[in-house]
Design a protein around this ligand. Structure first.
Ligand code: NAD
Length: 346
């Protein structure tokens, strides 16, 4: 069950939650950016806590960072009545949630998402985990945070690329579940923190509703994978080949949305007019990727995807906007065609 508190006054509620649960110790997991931009706000409300600082970024979502977090909890005598507050983006809450879920067989954790992507997506829905070498989220558990406190003003200090990163997931939520929201989004000419803030709550509601109905991804939750089969393969490729300039998750999702909308058009008769609208929106708001990928390698990456069954690459596609269909398969040729479609569209 997702317990989400949203708005300007969330930290009063956070304080009350901590007092109500009589935690023995409060730990705050943060990185250099959330220490600078978010901790000063949290400090106005929370007085007694121990910070655990990790390095930001996807490259640190690994077992070494997890070991550091477990060791720091242990060294500071964390017990089963302790709580870990994850103050950060999705990479931080994924690893923090995983460490809390496995430390002493599980202590409580609370998410305070600080990026747009983590507000609308990563902090909600109980998936916690880390990467194995460069394979995304291969190690992990399903476990809900005690609560999620969403303070929308945190997005004000985000770089523009981080706003776009979150925008991709907002767009995905609208395309799979809310045609009215999509109709509103595609008319927005320029995204800034003001108009993005106004989209956060609707997006949270979509993710929360779906993951509450199907927390363990037996069926319905798979709709959230729209755009992600291709996105994960491109993200892995980019992490291995683009040095420090690797694609952010949302940037890869934007490419995945174009390719999988194309596949939807080809096999599910997803309307061409909607495909064109999606492509022109992504072209306008997301930067073009260099596309120096090896298609065979991408398909190999896709066949490692956790969501596959019987070794077939599994897609979530669209029949129409707001009407997704899960467990779809298609030929390798069509996957290549969709990647070329993206390349040629930009
Ligand atoms: N568990 C899930 O269901 C789920 C869903 C989607 C994505 N994810 C995961 O989320 C991760 C991506 O999350 P992300 O996009 O939030 O990236 P991120 O966590 O890497 O954060 C991006 C950057 O923003 C900085 N930052 C965070 N808050 C800030 C603030 N308020 N002001 C300035 N800088 C700030 C961070 O320090 C970091 O450098 C990926 O690892 C992805 O796999 C998980």
């Amino acid at each position: 069950m997702n317990k989400i508190i949203f708005g300007e006054n969330v930290f009063d509620r956070l304080n009350k939650t901590i007092a109500k649960n009589s935690y023995s110790k409060v730990f705050v997991l943060l990185d250099e950016n959330t220490k600078r931009h978010c901790l000063p706000i949290l400090k106005k409300y929370l007085t007694e806590f121990i910070t655990i600082k990790i390095k930001s970024g996807e490259g640190n979502k690994n077992i070494d960072t997890a070991t550091f977090i477990w060791e720091t909890l242990h060294k500071n005598f964390a017990d089963r009545q302790s709580v870990l507050i994850n103050l950060g983006g999705g990479a931080l809450s994924d690893i923090g949630g995983f460490c809390a879920s496995t430390f002493l067989r599980g202590i409580d954790f609370i998410n305070v998402p600080s990026t747009l992507l983590s507000m609308v997506d990563a902090s909600i829905g109980a998936k916690q985990g880390l990467n194995l070498q460069n394979y995304k989220n291969v190690i992990g558990v399903f476990n809900h945070p005690k609560c999620i406190f969403v303070y929308p003003d945190f997005i004000k200090t985000l770089a523009e690329s981080e706003l776009k990163n979150g925008l991709a997931e907002i767009v995905k939520h609208a395309l799979i579940a809310d045609k009215k929201l999509w109709n509103k989004i595609y008319k927005i000419k320029k995204f800034d923190t003001d108009n993005l803030s106004k989209l956060i709550l609707s997006s949270i509601r979509i993710k929360s509703k779906i993951t509450t109905k199907d927390p363990h991804e037996f069926g319905l939750r798979k709709v959230l994978n729209y755009g992600h089969t291709i996105a994960h393969a491109i993200e892995t490729f980019s992490m291995n080949n683009d040095g420090n300039n690797f694609l952010k998750h949302g940037e890869a999702v934007a490419i995945g949305i174009v390719c999988e909308s194309y596949i939807s058009h080809k096999i599910n008769k997803f309307p061409l007019i909607d495909l064109n609208l999606i492509v022109s929106f992504i072209k306008k708001h997301f930067k073009k990727y260099h596309c120096r990928w090896d298609e065979i390698l991408l398909i190999k990456n896709m066949s490692h995807d956790k969501k596959n069954n019987s070794r077939k690459i599994n897609f979530t596609l669209l029949n129409s906007i707001g009407d997704p269909i899960v467990n779809c398969n298609c030929t390798d040729e069509l996957i290549c065609e969709s990647l070329n479609y993206y390349k040629n569209a930009f």
